[in-house]
Structure formats: structure tokens, C-alpha cells
Design a binder for this molecule. Structure first.
Ligand SMILES: Nc1ncnc2c1ncn2[C@@H]1O[C@H](COP(=O)(O)OP(=O)(O)OP(=O)(O)O)[C@@H](O)[C@H]1O
Length: 278
């Protein structure tokens, strides 16, 4: 077990969510959900379509203000912060649909992600001061390190949209890491990936935690990935937490099977990927 995995066992929560609630009109999208995320862990939030997973991420990252509840990152209250302030506090995320800047290269996409970390201000940039040049050089160096880390070292000058789909998702992860987060939230990172790309993604997510010490929270429908990667799983259904625990506990929980198997499309997904029947 790596030192970072040991840390995950011995330390407390880096992210602590209590009673998080959000309604849209009359719809209770997230209903008083608690989540404790141990430092340097990999955990997942799963549930059928419409269960409230993305809304939950959107509240943590400041996109939606919760109706009720608290969100603490390393003891700091995040409720009421704007998304950029949440990022600066140490939470980065990727989105369900790829959101790269199409007209930019791989490197430029990372430099955009790193921007909040640069020390030089706008005046430095306008006047092209030494500090600006130093910052830019170190930002480019850091971008190269991140591209190497996600396996895209040789793609630096490629337009992001010319990259294969799996590589675009890896670039998004690199861009999120450029903000130097404590916690990274990944919203369906394996969506649309072929099995080989998903295996590579799994290794990358492990190394994000093992080598960088970044805590990972995943929303994912690929049950094989979720069950083999997560140390802890929380299951939402109709906005409410219906189960949580170790992968094998969640997999065999009758409430979880019912939530998935009671619904058409998700039933196939859960059964096929080794959920209900594994
Ligand atoms: N901005 C919004 N306005 C109104 N209703 C919304 C909004 N965002 C989400 N909802 C509703 O809230 C519920 C939860 O949606 P959410 O997208 O969080 O689910 P999910 O678990 O992420 O689903 P999926 O797996 O399909 O992405 C759904 O019924 C959805 O229609």
C-alpha cells in the first residue's frame, strides 16, 4: 500500500457535505444528502439517470446555491462561493460533456486552467514585465509536466478537437489538475470511451491519487470501472441517498438493485457491467 493510500486510511475527511438539498420548482432534486470524503481517497457517487448526481456536484462547485446544507473543504465553508472561488479553494471538476476550448491547442487549454495560479497581474501582462515572462515560462513548463502526466506529452501543439475522444477527456483532467486542487470531481469521465480507453482512464485516475495525492470523487455509469476503482460508493435515487459502503456491499444491496433494475435503460447497464449479477 502506498504512503498516500495509508494516509487515506488514517486521516479524516477533506470534503464534508451535510444535509445538502436542492429543489427545482416542486422537484426535490437532492434531498438532504451527506457525504464524507476521506483525504487521498477515490470514491464514487452513482445512481440511475436523474438521481441528482450532477446537481450534487453543481452545488459543491458553486454552480447552484444549495437550499440547505453545508459543504466544507478542509474545514472551510464553501456555501455561497462562486465557481471560480471554489476552484481557488481547491476543488476542480470535469463535466459530463467535454468542455475544451476548441480553437486552442492542448497546451493552451492547460494554460487557461492554470491562469488563476499565476502570480503576475494584468498590469504585468500588459507591460510584459520580467515577472510576466517568468510566470509564463514556468506555466508552460508546468503544462508540459501535466501533459506528460496524462500521457499527452507529444500532443502539446495539437488542436484539442483534433485529439481522439479519450485523449480529449484526459486533457480535461489535466486542465482541472492545473488549478492544483485538493479534490477533483469527475462527472462521467468514461462516457463514450471504448474498453481500452476506459482501462487507461482507470490507471490515470489511480495515479492522480497515488502520485499527486489528489482526492477523487467520481460520478460514473460504467459499473465495472466504479466497482474496481472506488474505495467507497454512495448511491442516490430520486435525490435521496439509498445506500453507501464498500463496492461489494453496494453491489449486493437490494435497494440498489431495485433502483437500477426497476428502470429500463439503466437495468441493462447495471446488470451487464457486473453490478447486480457480479
Ligand atoms: N436546472 C434545472 N432545472 C430544473 N430541473 C433540473 C435542473 N437540473 C436538474 N434538474 C432535474 O433534477 C433531477 C436530477 O438531475 P441530475 O442531472 O442532477 O441527475 P443525474 O443523476 O446527474 O442524472 P444523469 O445520470 O442522467 O446525468 C432531474 O429530475 C432533472 O431533470
Amino acid at each position: 500500500m502506498s504512503p498516500i493510500q495509508n494516509r487515506a486510511k488514517s486521516r479524516g475527511s477533506v470534503l464534508s457535505v451535510k444535509g445538502l438539498t436542492k429543489t427545482f420548482g416542486g422537484l426535490l432534486a437532492v434531498n438532504s444528502v451527506d457525504l464524507e470524503v476521506p483525504e487521498a481517497s477515490i470514491i464514487s457517487v452513482i445512481g440511475p439517470n436523474g438521481a441528482g448526481k450532477t446537481t450534487f456536484f453543481n452545488m459543491i462547485t458553486g454552480i447552484y446555491e444549495p437550499d440547505k446544507g453545508s459543504i466544507e473543504l478542509a474545514g472551510r465553508d464553501l456555501v455561497g462561493l462562486r465557481p471560480d472561488q471554489v476552484t481557488a479553494a481547491g476543488i476542480a471538476r470535469t463535466f459530463q460533456n467535454i468542455r475544451l476550448f476548441a480553437a486552442m491547442t492542448a497546451e493552451e487549454n492547460i494554460l487557461v486552467g492554470r491562469h488563476p495560479r499565476l502570480k503576475a497581474g494584468y498590469v504585468d501582462a500588459l507591460l510584459r514585465t520580467r515577472r510576466f515572462h517568468e510566470d509564463e515560462a514556468s506555466a508552460r513548463e508546468a503544462a508540459q509536466v501535466l501533459l506528460d502526466f496524462v500521457g499527452l506529452g507529444r500532443m502539446r501543439n495539437e488542436l484539442s478537437t483534433s485529439l481522439p475522444y479519450g485523449d480529449q477527456r484526459r486533457l480535461e483532467i489535466a486542465r482541472a489538475l492545473a488549478t492544483n486542487p485538493k479534490v477533483i470531481l469527475l462527472d462521467e469521465p468514461a462516457a463514450g470511451m471504448n474498453p481500452r480507453e476506459t482501462e487507461n482512464l482507470k490507471a490515470l485516475i489511480r495515479s492522480v491519487r497515488d502520485e499527486l495525492g489528489v482526492t477523487v470523487v467520481l460520478i460514473e455509469h460504467d459499473m465495472r470501472l466504479v466497482m474496481t476503482l472506488s474505495e467507497h460508493i454512495t448511491v442516490l435515487d430520486y435525490g435521496t441517498k439509498i445506500a453507501e459502503g464498500l463496492p461489494h456491499q453496494v453491489r449486493n444491496d437490494p435497494r440498489v438493485m431495485e433502483a437500477y433494475l426497476g428502470r429500463g435503460a439503466a437495468a441493462g447497464e447495471y446488470g451487464k457491467e457486473g453490478g447486480a449479477s457480479a
